[in-house]
Design a protein around this ligand. Sequence first.
Ligand code: FAD
Length: 419
Amino acid sequence: MSDALRDEIDAWLAAHWDPDLTVAEWWDRLADGHWAVPTWPEDAFGRGLSRGDAGTVGDAITAAGALGPPGGLGIMLAGPTIVAHGSDEQKARYLRPIVNGQEAWCQLFSEPGAGSDLAGLQCKAVRDGDEWVVNGQKVWTSGGQIADRGMLMARSDVDLPKHKGISWFAIDMHQPGMDVRPLREMTGRALFNEVFLSDCRVADDDLVGGLNNGWAVGNTTLMVERSSLGAGGGHAATSLATAGSVAGDLDKRAGDFVRGASSGTAGVIGGGAGKLVMKLARDRAPLRDAVLRQKIVRLHEMQEIARFANLRAKAARAAGVKLTGAEPNIAKLSMSRITRLSAELGLALQGPAGQLWRDPHADPIAAELALFAPAVSIYGGTDEVQKNIIGERVLGLPSEPRTDKDVPFRELRVGTQRD
Ligand SMILES: Cc1cc2nc3c(=O)[nH]c(=O)nc-3n(C[C@H](O)[C@H](O)[C@H](O)COP(=O)(O)OP(=O)(O)OC[C@H]3O[C@@H](n4cnc5c(N)ncnc54)[C@H](O)[C@@H]3O)c2cc1C
């Protein structure tokens, strides 16, 4: 399969890639050729390929010196969620602008009092004719400042128990009452934001997966997120141009964004972290510190175990064998441990120079990895939350006590007004 696939994508790239196209024109070609998201179904701009075969496509794009498909949360999270739960009309409306990068998305899930306990979210949606009026606050919203649409989880019925009265909406980020305020992280950048929604409006047609079914829909988003983060957060061919109408890259020349493998934060998490550590180790060869050498081997072992776990899951799926369902949680947990050890090793290998800060887009170094690494144990659900899920679903340990599971949300005892 891979050889024929490689021949097909190589021939297509030779006929279609042109660095003088605009980013928008090139992404349109990738979308129409069904090469932007080859793992998606054929009726959703994909080819139904496995992740491994999609890697072959990504390798070919990189080797051809072409710009990769749009990255961001539209392709990573919103698209797969809509493919799984959207109506035909919603798929027709949302998927194309996601796949060709015309619209960027953000994930409006976490709130100041609802991160690990996401089902405790309080942002409220109240029906008004064929629209919903939304009020509340979200936080840690990655890419909110450049998003055209948001995946919004909001409470649509306070009389139902906390997991049952939530709906998942696709909300327009460009409207009065949508106040997006960037939050600066210790990397110096502002990856995420706090978002205040005051009387924002979203059409009933933009409710995805059915009224009060948002917990199930949101869990699809989260499982896709964990499995994607566990796999390293995307392929190196993922584009350096930014999707969406706000970033301003769509009208620029596609060839100007081609710089080989991704750099910056994207270049130092997951597989990128391991590569950085190995490069630093080679730069310092011969390495005489026995403890450092042992830790490097430990990192290699952890990466190999993660790779084998992926292969085992893939083989089980191909053979129709039922999996535990917690593979994305295990992959995500393993990626966060790999990233933390890589950060420790990166600093140790670089020595005093690891304290220095340079532009990571020009030259990813250990400081970037060390400053960003803690985030990997938090986003997409913390390590502790992954362990809870693995403990309950895989090991059959008793569930955490949940006294609020069957109580109407309005009656829950918390410090904030619920209705
Ligand atoms: C870089 C980054 C990007 C993010 N991007 C987004 C985004 O785009 N959209 C979005 O909606 N959210 C985003 N998040 C938010 C992220 O999902 C939450 O931070 C995460 O779910 C944890 O929630 P919290 O911060 O409220 O911590 P809390 O839930 O308050 O947790 C605090 C601590 O308590 C522990 N804890 C909590 N509950 C349990 C339990 N039951 N058992 C054991 N330990 C527990 C946690 O593990 C943690 O150590 C992002 C976070 C980061 C760091």
